[in-house]
Ligand binder design. Structure first.
Ligand code: ZN
Length: 191
C-alpha cells in the first residue's frame, strides 16, 4: 500500500523519507522492503546503523522474519558523508540513537540528489519524542508511521512500554523487555 507514495521515485532530485513507529511495528521490515526494491532497480545504496546497536549482528540489519542487508556501523552522523560516493540511496536504521547533527547530514545528501530513508523509533518507552526523529519528521517529504498491535487489547499500538524498572532511555539487547500498547492501555500504566 506504500508503493505509490513516492511520486518522485526514480527522478534525479533527492528527498527524505522517514519510517517510524513503536517497537514490533515492522520499521526495519519496511526499510528492508524499500532497499530490496532499489536493489532490483539496480540503484546503488548505502545502509548505516549506529554502532551501539548489536542486538543481532555487528554489520547487518535483520528483520524479525530473517531478511537481511549488510550495514555500516557508525558512531556519528558525519561519518555517513565520508562513506558516500554518489550512491543514489542512503538508508539509516535505528536513527533515534544519533544526535540531531543527523539532520544536517541527511539534508545535505537530499540536496545532492540522494533519496534518504531513515527508520527508527519515534517515541521512547515513556512516550516522549526520541532523539532526532521529530526533527527528521519535520524535514521529511514523506513520513510513514507503522504500528504494532496492542498486546493488551488488540488495537493498533504506537507506544513501546518497558516492562522492567530501568530508567535509561536506551536499553540495548532487551527486545523482550518491551511490549507494544495502544494509547488507552499505555495510559492505564504508571510511568
Ligand atoms: Zn490496548
Amino acid at each position: 500500500m506504500f508503493l505509490e507514495q513516492f511520486p518522485e521515485e526514480g527522478k534525479s532530485h533527492g528527498w527524505l523519507e522517514v519510517v517510524c513507529g513503536s517497537m514490533f511495528s515492522g520499521k526495519t521490515e519496511e526499510l528492508i522492503r524499500r532497499l530490496r526494491r532499489a536493489e532490483f532497480a539496480n540503484q546503488s545504496f548505502l545502509l548505516f546503523k549506529p554502532k551501539l546497536d548489536n542486538r543481532y549482528s555487528d554489520d547487518q540489519i535483520i528483520s524479525h522474519a530473517g531478511d537481511q542487508f549488510d550495514a555500516i556501523n557508525i558512531e556519528n552522523p558525519a561519518q555517513i558523508l565520508t562513506y558516500w560516493t554518489e550512491q543514489k540511496v542512503v538508508a539509516i536504521d535505528e536513527v533515534q540513537f544519533f544526535d540531531t547533527t543527523i539532520l544536517g547530514v541527511v539534508s545535505e545528501l537530499a540536496s545532492k540528489g540522494v533519496r534518504v530513508i531513515c527508520a527508527g523509533l519515534d517515541m521512547d518507552y515513556k512516550g516522549k519524542p526520541f532523539g532526532p526523529v521529530p526533527y527528521l519528521m519535520a524535514a521529511a517529504e514523506y513520513i510513514t508511521k507503522v504500528h504494532a498491535i496492542c498486546v493488551s487489547c488488540g488495537n493498533l499500538a504506537q507506544f513501546s512500554h518497558r516492562t522492567v524498572k530501568e530508567d535509561s532511555q536506551v536499553l540495548l539487547g532487551a527486545v523482550e523487555k518491551y511490549k507494544p500498547l495502544c494509547r488507552n492501555c499505555f495510559n492505564k500504566i504508571e510511568h
